[in-house]
Design a protein around this ligand. Structure first.
Ligand code: AMP
Length: 194
């Protein structure tokens, strides 16, 4: 079983690359951002709560996010592995994820971090706003907040997994195909070495 975390700041290409890796490794994709957007679309109580944080570029509280994630993992006991996209975003989420996976006997294999300079992220998110329909894209103040939250609260998650020798950094610039190739090369090398 392979369990991956696709990691990186907003606009680094996590969603796009997750789709590529899902196909290559036959994994089950879990994007907490997509799950929240679906809850918002269905006008659920959880959606309403999540929206109040997402619209500001803030994180949805850990307890809410972890419970939602846990449920999705438990609903899919027979998959070949998971690719977590946009989760964990805090060290407490990472600790909860590790505990959840330890109970299943299938730990995280690797955290793949897409490294993209901040100036490029802003350009990408402003462009994405034209088609994504996302209220948190396209507004410079909200984008800045999301990048700051990433630096302060989310980036430590990469250090947390580096302590377990599971963090791999990949340059997130170039074509989608080039970046996918790098991700696959990095993960395959790690799997052979491990
Ligand atoms: P994303 O689609 O991954 O960029 O997520 C969009 C927004 O959803 C984030 O800016 C957060 O407000 C919220 N969100 C998604 N995943 C998480 C998470 N793991 N923890 C807290 N909030 C999250």
């Amino acid at each position: 079983m392979i369990n991956l975390i696709l990691f990186g700041p907003p606009g680094s290409g996590k969603g796009t690359q997750a789709t590529q890796l899902v196909e290559h490794y036959n994994l089950f994709h879990i994007s907490t951002g997509d799950m929240f957007r679906s809850e918002i679309g269905n006008k659920t109580e959880l959606g309403l709560l999540a929206k109040s944080y997402m619209d500001k570029g803030a994180l949805v509280p850990d307890e809410v996010t972890i419970n939602m994630l846990k449920k999705r993992v438990e609903e899919n006991p027979n998959v070949k592995g998971f690719i977590f996209d946009g989760f964990p975003r805090t060290v407490d989420q990472a600790i909860a994820l590790d505990k959840m996976l330890a109970d299943k006997g299938t730990p995280i294999t690797a955290l793949l971090e897409l490294v993209v300079p901040a100036e490029e992220l802003i350009v990408r998110l402003m462009n994405r706003a034209k088609t994504s329909g996302r209220v948190d894209d396209g507004k410079p103040n909200i984008i800045k907040n999301r990048i700051q939250v990433y630096r302060e609260t989310t980036a430590p998650v990469a250090n947390y997994y580096a302590e377990q020798d599971k963090t791999y950094k990949i340059k997130g610039l170039g074509s989608v195909e080039e970046i996918t190739e790098q991700l696959i090369f990095t993960l395959d090398s790690a799997l052979t070495a491990g």
